[in-house]
Design a protein around this ligand. Structure first.
Ligand code: ZN
Length: 310
């Protein structure tokens, strides 16, 4: 059984920058905002590099070789790992949950996502949640464009981690790089775009759908319950565990063994360099440990973010 290395799909965005270069990405312009690092989504289907499945897409592998993924159910590959480079502020957004998306977005999945802050500027902030106490107050604040009062803006630092439940308003600000692990979905409702123009026109907002799905009042995500993401690895630090995924950090300072005791595991090197089973890897390497690989050994000095479906 072999480790599956991935070739990411890059996305140009009006708010993107050039820092994805630091993660082995070859940029086509100076506003590349997203690297879909481990993705089987039709809007950015990553391909396998090297080995038996060289050149095949992840969605093809999911359909044709489900045994690599412990033969679990699901129409689409369930997770999506992205690196996001926000050179400018992103618009304020919210995602629906599975039930709302199924009904209003042609059966699409809702979106729960989480962010590991790879880097940010000093005194950087992030938008997570809002300050309205009732739905009436929310509608008022949005209609009167009282964004300063409405949006919950909090300080962030490199290495912070945030779980973003459906219904949570969120946005990263310029100068922030994150690694995002999420449900495989691309359904986003835009609430506010700082009144910016794109090709002379404001980008579309989705106010009604947003107001339908925003949770009022804002709720901090629940702490991990210990039901999901159970692993025998004692060297993994759990960042979050929810019904859709569990995300861990692995710090390698010389040599670390990892038991692959999940259906399959996604891995991204976010700092440093080294090897996995003797294969060189470094910041910006992304791979999957399929079912059938029971353990791997890492050497080097690096930090990895790992994830698995719950
Ligand atoms: Zn989002």
């Amino acid at each position: 059984m072999e480790i599956l290395f991935l070739n990411p799909v890059l996305k140009e965005t009006i708010w993107g920058g050039t820092r994805l270069k630091e993660y082995q990405c070859e940029l086509s312009s100076d506003h590349v905002g997203e690297c879909w690092a481990i993705s089987g989504h039709p809007n950015g289907d990553g391909s396998i590099v090297g080995g038996t499945y060289d050149g095949k897409t992840l969605s093809w592998l999911w359909q044709e070789h489900r045994e690599l993924f412990d033969s679990i159910d699901g129409e689409v590959f369930p997770l999506l790992t992205k690196i996001i480079d926000a050179n400018q502020d992103l618009s304020i957004q919210v995602h629906p949950d599975n039930a709302y998306a199924r009904e209003h977005e042609n059966g699409a999945l809702g979106k729960t996502e989480c962010w590991y802050v790879l880097d940010c500027e000093e005194n950087a902030t992030i938008i997570i949640g809002h300050n309205a106490k009732t739905r009436e107050e929310m509608v008022e604040m949005i209609e009167e464009k009282r964004w300063k009062d409405f949006l919950r803006e909090i300080p962030i630092h490199k290495g912070d981690f945030f779980q973003i439940e459906p219904g949570t308003l969120h946005a990263i600000k310029g100068g922030t790089l994150i690694l995002e692990t999420q449900q495989n979905s691309d359904v986003t409702y835009r609430v506010y775009d700082y009144d910016r123009l794109s090709n002379g026109k404001p980008r579309e907002l989705h106010l009604q759908k947003s107001m339908d799905v925003i949770t009022v009042p804002y709720q901090e995500p629940e702490k991990s319950t210990g039901i999901y993401g159970i692993t025998e690895n004692t060297n993994l630090k759990e960042l979050v565990s929810c019904p859709f995924y569990t995300v861990w950090m692995l710090d390698v300072t010389d040599c670390e063994k990892l038991l692959q005791d999940q259906h399959f595991m996604l891995a991204s090197v976010v700092e440093g360099e080294g090897t996995v089973e003797g294969i060189p890897i470094s910041k910006g390497s992304h791979f999957i440990l399929p079912k059938g690989i029971d353990e791997v050994v890492f050497h080097g000095t690096m930090k990895l973010i790992l994830s698995a479906v719950s």
